[in-house]
Design a protein around this ligand. Structure first.
Ligand code: ADP
Ligand code: MG
Length: 854
């Protein structure tokens, strides 16, 4: 217990996993917390201060699964390992144990604890004066970057860090749950010197220019990693100052509303990333996510990425061999991460080999390509060594044995032979013993504690006990176990040889790991090059069908997209309906597109698809359109749909206005602003007034490209006074008293709002719909103004009396009626299609009405 207290005190707020043989044991409050979180049995062992000590444990071989559950529940775990072997120990007292690692959400390396397609970032923040420096690293892949955060929530939204180290006065908002422990904050000079030294440089300036705040943040991150790895540093690339002005600014609300990497519900299914991801490796998927998270601003850098996939498209043979070589490429970056922390397994070495082989194949196939393939030519000699050394199917753990191939190391082979020969001798002794003792059913078995034993059935036990050279070791329900001096001696020889073989195998393994780590930088560069090629072939896949184009990204101020589509909505519609492509032109003289039209007509879809086009284009990827020309967008703001934030006590309207304020403060002339249904959360006149004022600000002061959707069709008339406002509307067709949405964006303004029709489509009872239509007609006749006070309703038709249809009146079957009206011979194909859609809508409305009545 003294040992436990000593180790526990090193990391008091982490659970202590104390290795005891084949288990990690937890004690006291740790045991109670873990037993509850893991749903495992809580027992007691010994006493402390007169009270029994609560205890629970998890088997070592299954520890990763338990760790992952604890980490996901917000625990941190200190792992206390045995530092000497129990067998052959000479000293007295407990086995020596030390903390070898602190497992925290931001410092994971095991595949079972990581998501293959996402980075796992540790973020450190430091404030100096008014500036917040940020440094983030991924222990599992070696990534290490810094930035001075202009907009902290935007940075957090982009990085989605797993763990954040920040002084408590730094507000983390939605990310507060990821806050790590309080850490010491070094001075800028100390931090710079320490970070530089970790990479063998005299000064941090060698790697780029870092602000003081960035240097401190980098120092904090590095110190923490060292703490969690018990003094070891993983292999990290040198810190890279990302700097401002390299990437499009996307704030957190924009990322959320555009569902780039995560959907509103938190899932990854219906997102832009999922719609464009055709990568075949985990590293490729992570890189693609990074490209989408940080679209570029430099047209030349964008064109370089485009050139990559354009070239692949032009050379089908190279593309095919690239794809087949990429298939099944393992996660080298993460394997290297584990090997660098002495946590690598034989399979991690196999991953190095497999990656090098794939890289060589790709280098051969793409040798003539104008692609960055130079980095693929790494580690030829290493690959040869590994392929000679590693077994065909290496075991998951080194201790399982058999990682090194026969014939690679003479000494290892000799030890193994000794071990196996003696095993042969033992196997041969069964017959011998059976004859000698006259027990045919006798067996020789290996037992974890007793070593090699003779096992005899109950019927033979008495006979065997009579022999003085047999020693009975254990009685079982159905027999007993015996040893002989001869067997004990063989057992000793075998286990010694096995131990020597295991030790030799570990030594050979360590040599191989060292050889890999000697080339870690080149290997990491090779892994990065493979990931990039994977993203390029994924982009080529999109462009292959001819329905995604290479956008023309310029320094200018154009924004012209011909026949653009929304990739996610289109995918969701697949099979049920065709997606209607739409034009979008935000040229300077018409840079503010004001879009009116009823609900469900496709306004939000149109808005988002153009914002997504800008992101895809600047990420260097193809765009789902016939053609696109985009002058670089420096900041993108999107506010789509009002989201309630009741948990934080803010009304929908308050959220809406907070977000609007952010746009008006931050947008500039090169920004793209997407505003959907502003002012919906307040009274009509209020909302209209606010929408109008925001429209004026975007038009006259900010002067950015913008798409502004509103259900206030009145705004289209007001907007006509602003020269650069270009009114558009969603085309709607009236058809047999209902509406059909054509999903087409056309110039002009919506004359009316169609709300009543939408209500009908949604299955609002027939009587209510008719009543609403009558009220609307009366209101429109009375001069269009909204009644400010109830007495104004006096002039309107009197409301229906209370006792009028309480039960639904029998309604004629509208579907049958509509069907009867159709004259197939007189329809154009387009009208026929429209009619089909209308029929389906009627059927759906009826179904909905039926369900709501039930
Ligand atoms: P609004 O914002 O006008 O209420 P949405 O953009 O939310 O409308 O679109 C409503 C639904 O209409 C979408 O979920 C989609 O199924 C369909 N839709 C929208 N745009 C299109 C389009 N261009 N082509 C086909 N269907 C579309
Ligand atoms: Mg909408």
């Amino acid at each position: 217990m003294a040992q436990w207290f000593r180790l526990k005190q090193q990391h008091p707020d982490a659970l202590l996993f104390l290795r005891m043989g084949d288990f990690y044991e937890l004690f006291f409050a740790d045991a109670e917390a873990a037993a509850a979180a893991l749903d495992i049995a809580l027992t007691r062992r010994g006493e402390h201060g007169g009270a029994p000590i609560p205890m629970c444990g998890v088997p070592v071989h299954a520890a990763e699964a338990y760790l992952s559950r604890l980490i996901r529940r917000g625990f941190r775990v200190a792992v206390g390992e045995q530092m000497e072997l129990a067998r052959g120990r000479t000293g007295k007292g407990p086995i020596k144990r030390e903390i070898v690692r602190l497992v925290t959400p931001g410092t994971l390396t095991e595949d079972s604890l990581l998501e293959p397609h996402r980075p796992n970032l540790l973020l450190a923040l430091a404030r100096v004066g008014g500036r917040v420096g940020a440094a983030w690293l991924d222990v599992s892949t070696g990534l290490f970057e810094t930035e001075t955060a202009a907009d902290l929530p935007a940075l957090l939204g982009r990085l989605e860090p797993a763990e954040i180290l920040a002084a408590s006065e730094l507000e983390l908002g939605d990310w507060a749950g990821r806050r790590g422990p309080v850490v010491a904050i070094p001075s800028a000079a100390d931090a710079s010197a320490r970070v530089a030294a970790a990479f063998g440089a005299a000064s941090l300036d060698a790697f780029g220019s870092f602000s003081d705040a960035e240097a401190i943040a980098a120092g904090i991150a590095l110190d923490y990693v060292r703490l969690t790895q018990a003094g070891n540093l993983p292999r990290l690339s040198r810190p890279l100052p990302a700097g401002l002005g390299r990437e499009m600014l996307l704030d957190a609300a924009t990322r959320a509303s555009l569902e780039i990497a995560r959907a509103r519900d938190g899932g990854a299914g219906h997102t832009l990333l999922a719609a464009v991801d055709h990568t075949s490796s985990a590293a490729g998927a992570r890189l693609l996510a990074a490209w989408l998270a940080g679209p570029l601003l430099d047209p030349a850098a964008i064109a370089a990425r485009q050139d990559g996939w354009t070239w692949l498209l032009s050379d089908a043979a190279s593309l095919a061999s690239l794809r087949s070589a990429l298939r099944g490429v393992p996660d080298l970056a993460r394997a290297l991460g584990r090997l660098g922390l002495a946590r690598g397994t034989p399979r991690d070495l196999a991953a190095v080999l497999a990656t090098l082989e794939a890289a060589a194949a790709i280098a051969a196939a793409l040798g003539h390509a104008p692609l960055a393939t130079a980095k693929l030519a790494a580690g030829h000699a290493l690959a040869r060594t590994l392929s000679r050394a590693l077994a065909e199917k290496p075991p998951a753990r080194l201790e399982d044995g058999g990682a090194i191939r026969e014939g690679f190391d003479g000494e290892l082979d000799a030890e193994r032979r000794l071990r196996d020969d003696s095993r042969q001798v033992v196997a041969g002794m069964v017959l011998d013993y059976a004859q000698r003792y006259g027990v045919a059913a006798l067996k020789i078995r290996h037992h974890a504690q007793l070593g090699y034993v003779i096992e005899a059935p109950a019927s033979a036990v008495e006979t065997l006990r009579a022999h003085p050279d047999l020693q009975m070791r254990q009685v079982m329900t159905n027999g007993a176990r015996f040893t002989t001096p001869e067997l004990a001696e063989l057992d000793r020889r075998i286990s010694e040889a096995a131990e020597r073989a295991a030790a030799r195998e570990a030594a050979v393994f360590a040599t191989l790991v060292r050889a890999v780590l000697d080339e870690a930088d080149a290997l990491a560069a090779c892994a990065a090059a493979l990931a990039e090629l994977d993203v390029l072939q994924s982009a080529a896949r999109l462009a292959e069908g001819g329905r995604w184009c290479r956008p023309h990204v310029t320094e200018g101020d154009a924004f012209r997209i011909r026949a653009g589509r929304h990739p996610v909505v289109e995918a969701a519609l697949a099979g049920r309906a065709a997606f209607v492509p739409n034009e979008c032109d935000l040229s300077p003289e018409r840079r503010l597109l004001l879009l009116t039209g009823p609900n469900m007509a496709g306004k939000s879809t149109f808005l988002r698809q153009n914002a997504l086009a800008a992101i895809l284009a600047q990420a260097g990827l193809p765009v789902p359109a016939e053609s696109a020309e985009i002058g670089v967008v420096d900041r993108l703001f999107s506010r789509v749909g009002a989201a309630d934030d009741l948990a934080r006590g803010r009304s929908t309207f308050m959220v809406e206005m907070t977000e609007t304020a952010a746009i008006l403060h931050q947008a500039g002339p090169r920004s793209l602003v997407i505003v959907d249904e502003i002012g919906r959360g307040t009274s009509t006149l209020d909302g209209l007034a606010i929408a109008w004022a925001v429209l004026e600000a975007l038009h006259g002061q900010i002067r950015c490209r913008s798409i502004f959707a509103t259900h206030f069709h009145e705004l289209a008339r007001l907007g006509a006074q602003m020269p650069r406002v270009c009114p558009h509307t969603m085309r709607v067709k009236e058809w047999r008293g209902g509406v059909v949405f054509l999903h087409e964006v056309a110039e002009g303004a919506a004359g009316r709002s169609w709300g009543v029709h939408v209500a009908q489509l949604a299955g609002v009872p027939e009587a209510t719909v008719r009543r609403a239509a009558a009220l609307l007609a009366a209101l429109e006749k009375s001069g269009h103004a909204m009644p400010a006070e109830l007495p104004l309703f006096a002039g309107l038709e009197a409301p229906p009396s209370e006792q009028e249809p309480a039960a639904p009146e029998p309604v004629a079957d509208p579907l049958r009626h509509a069907l009867a009206e159709i004259e197939p011979d007189r329809l154009t194909p387009r009208e026929a299609l429209d009619a089909l859609y209308a029929l389906k809508a009627l059927a759906a409305a009826e179904q909905a009405a039926l369900e709501s009545r039930q």
